[in-house]
Design a protein around this ligand. Structure first.
Ligand code: ZN
Length: 387
């Protein structure tokens, strides 16, 4: 019973953050991605290859495409990527909830299993293919030619992995309506979807009992899932001093390292999305990114906001690995940055479309016409084409 009250507080605080960020967005037009212009030309499109100073490994296994093929497929690796933020998945139908669409609570942080399964099928049909968040923050995007990357994240661990028992061969039996139950079903159905997700947990892990959760987590990392840090006690880090931040982040990494040594991801989903910024006058926030707790040293590669919209490509100027934006997985009739609104905007010329080669960055030259939009190449070869 106590747990339920805590969860309600979490939902309320998350909503507050989301409301603030939405109004900031509408107020000051934060989103400054260049719009895709269609400059019609009679000349055949040409490809321009820029050699980077760093050595790019030979990638002879990848096909090279012509400018016309890039153009026809709309290849653009400077465009945006949906990183979905889900919380709990409940084994109910949409008709069984009193809220909009597949929402299980008023603010839509929790989703019905019916809606979540439909989300996954829709993303697939729209040409999205999943990839690991850890690869994304490393600038390594391996999605087939003409397809778009999709990243799934889950916060809190509750109702994400619900154990029903163990098979004789030691593999877990999941509740088919929890998040991983549905992911495993979709994985079997769509082998080319590359089903994967990153689960951000607190010290209570997935709440199947400590021994069960430890065994499940080992199974998860061996079966294409990742586990990251959501702080030990789900604390609002923006209200903590340096010592408390170091304890919250460090003790959670320490626990993960005991259960799945070296196999967790060094990424933090910030509870309540706090802090949202890391100003120099708040040096304690650096403890999110490096520190030592009880002799255990850690570093954090990326932190994730409780956000409202798509992430920038890791290659562009406005991408911030410490403030990674996520889309809240909820329904609101296509308004207020729900799934439908975000994916509609992506489909209208803002969507990252892959060239099929993780070692190259391909985009129309007009998208970097001022030369300041492409910022980080991660050592990849850059290829531009005329539209
Ligand atoms: Zn949380």
């Amino acid at each position: 019973m106590e747990m339920i009250i805590v969860n309600k507080n979490r939902i309320a605080a998350c909503l507050l953050t989301a409301s603030i960020t939405v109004s900031l967005l509408t107020g000051c037009k934060k989103d400054t991605e260049p719009s895709v212009t269609s400059s019609e030309t009679t000349a055949a499109p040409s490809v321009s290859i820029t050699e980077t100073t760093e050595t790019t490994p030979e990638s002879s296994s990848f096909v090279t495409y012509t400018a016309q093929e890039y153009k026809d497929a709309g290849v653009n690796e400077l465009n945006s990527v949906p990183v979905l933020m889900y919380h709990r998945i409940y084994g109910t139908t949409n008709a069984e909830t009193e809220y909009t669409g597949g929402n299980v609570d008023k603010d839509g942080y929790n989703r019905t299993s019916e809606a979540f399964e439909a989300d996954l099928r829709r993303y697939y049909e729209q040409g999205y293919r999943m990839m690991r968040l850890a690869d994304f923050v490393s600038g390594y995007i391996d999605v087939p030619f003409g397809y778009s990357p999709l990243i799934l994240t889950f916060d809190d661990g509750i109702r994400d992995v619900v154990l029903q028992g163990w098979n004789d061969d030691g593999t877990p039996v999941f509740d088919p309506t929890c998040a991983i139950g549905i992911l495993e079903k979709i994985k079997a159905e769509y082998p080319d979807y590359n089903v994967t997700a990153t689960f951000f947990v607190n010290s209570q892990l997935f709440e199947n009992g400590e021994d069960n959760d430890k065994k499940i987590m080992k199974w998860m990392v061996d079966n294409g899932y990742d586990i990251g840090n959501h702080t030990y006690d789900h604390k609002t880090l923006g209200k903590c001093d340096a010592a408390e931040i170091e304890k919250q982040i460090g003790s959670m990494y320490k626990l993960l390292n005991e259960i799945i040594p070296g196999q967790y991801v060094n990424i933090v989903a910030l509870p309540y999305g706090s802090p949202e910024t890391f100003p120099p006058e708040k040096p304690q926030y650096e403890k999110i990114f490096s520190g030592t707790y009880e002799g255990f040293s850690y570093t954090t590669k990326s932190s994730l906001l409780c956000s409202w919209t798509r992430s920038y490509s890791p290659f562009v100027r406005d991408y911030d690995v410490r403030r990674l934006r996520r889309i809240r997985g909820y329904d609101n009739n296509g308004k207020d940055w729900d799934i439908e609104m975000n994916f509609k905007q992506l489909s209208e010329g803002r969507r990252y479309i892959s060239d099929g080669n993780p070692d190259t960055i391909v985009f129309p030259s007009s998208d970097n016409s001022k030369g300041d939009w492409l910022k980080n190449t991660y050592g990849h070869q850059v290829i531009t084409y005329d539209k």
